[in-house]
Design a protein around this ligand. Structure first.
Ligand code: DP6
Length: 330
């Protein structure tokens, strides 16, 4: 009863910020992401009578805090579905820095949902996998499918209509690129989970965020369908800045940006005023992700590399969703 899955990270083009149900992890607003090639979590799950308790190892280190608790909750869900009573060993590795704003929680949640369900002998639909991943980490619901994905907020109280649906597969727009600009590998000051709950509770602009979401979703769906980089870039950048405006006006204030974050933003704006087609988006961390097309990606990368404080830049195309692999981690 052992299985291994690899799941990709994703970057939201229209963000998820705020829950309507903390326990089931149901979002206040629908949101849209692109699944990234080359940034992934690999997870092996083994259910076996030899384990005295559940164990979760991430990057070679046994975890005991909140992360481990979330893994146990997912295992319990799978045990319930599969009628299993066995403990499990779970081992995961990320091929990028954990918790620095490159969505390791998303790829981790999707890899766990697929590996654990398969180790339990279950063959779940991508909808059911997305719902299980969502209950571990909301953005994880978008990492089951490849390409461009919309996590529909749904309306049901039980959350069964709130999951990631593929809008277009990865080969719809193979020229689209995300440049991930890393300025630090330190963990962020506050986790998205706690931050977004504070925003819903205290930010006076939160209603404005929700009121303008439908417009952004519509523009984004149309931009992706038409492969219109200007529309996608402008919409995603505006949406990200609105989310960070909400964060800034939360009590206590949530400030994820570092001086290097601003330097990269300014560089992207400067490149744009020189005619290059590039836009930025930022999540719950200091890293800046830059959207552009393949033909300009190398030049934009070499310009961004000149910004002081930039440590490394990855170039990522839209990628495939989560899948099972034969090579186990242990
Ligand atoms: C800013 O999915 O990490 O990256 O559901 O509480 O686990 P939980 O939060 P998480 O939040 C991601 C927030 C974001 C925006 C986004 O990815 O849409």
């Amino acid at each position: 009863m052992k299985a291994t899955a690899i799941a990709p990270s994703n970057i939201a083009l229209v963000k998820y910020w705020g829950k309507r149900d903390e326990k089931l992890i149901l979002p206040q607003n629908s949101n849209i992401s692109v699944t990234l090639q080359g940034l992934s979590t690999t997870t092996t799950v083994d259910f076996d009578p030899k384990y005295q308790k559940d164990v979760f190892i991430l990057g070679g280190i046994e975890q005991n805090g909140e992360e481990a608790q979330r893994v146990l909750e997912t295992l319990d869900m799978i045990r319930g579905l599969g009628g299993i009573k066995l403990n499990a060993k779970v081992e995961s590795i990320n091929n990028f820095p954990t918790a620095a704003g490159l969505a390791s929680s998303a790829s981790g949640a999707a890899a766990l949902a697929l590996a654990a369900s398969s180790a339990a002998g279950l063959k779940l639909s991508s909808r059911d996998l997305s719902i299980i991943a969502r209950r571990n980490s909301g953005s994880g619901s978008r990492s089951v499918e490849g390409g461009f994905v919309e996590w529909e907020k749904g309306g049901r109280a039980d959350g069964q209509d709130s999951y990631g649906k593929q809008l277009y597969p990865e080969n719809h727009w193979p020229e689209f690129r995300i440049l991930t600009t890393i300025v630090t590998s330190k963990a962020k000051p506050i986790k998205s989970r706690a931050g977004m709950a504070q925003s819903v509770a205290t930010c006076p602009f939160y209603g404005g965020w929700l009121d303008s979401i439908e417009q952004d979703l519509q523009a984004m769906r149309g931009g992706i369908q038409a492969k219109d980089i200007v529309k996608v870039g402008e919409t995603a950048e505006h949406n990200a800045l609105k989310m960070h405006a909400v964060m800034l006006a939360t009590k206590p204030a949530i400030v994820y940006w570092l001086p290097e974050t601003i330097s990269v933003i300014q560089k992207v704006m400067e490149l744009r005023s020189n005619g290059m087609k590039c836009w930025f988006t930022i999540d719950g961390g200091p890293q800046v992700k830059v959207m552009c097309l393949q033909q300009e990606s190398e030049e934009i990368k070499s310009e961004l590399e000149k910004v002081p404080g930039v440590q490394s830049i990855g170039i990522h195309a839209p990628g495939p969703g989560a899948k099972l692999i034969d090579k186990h981690l242990f």
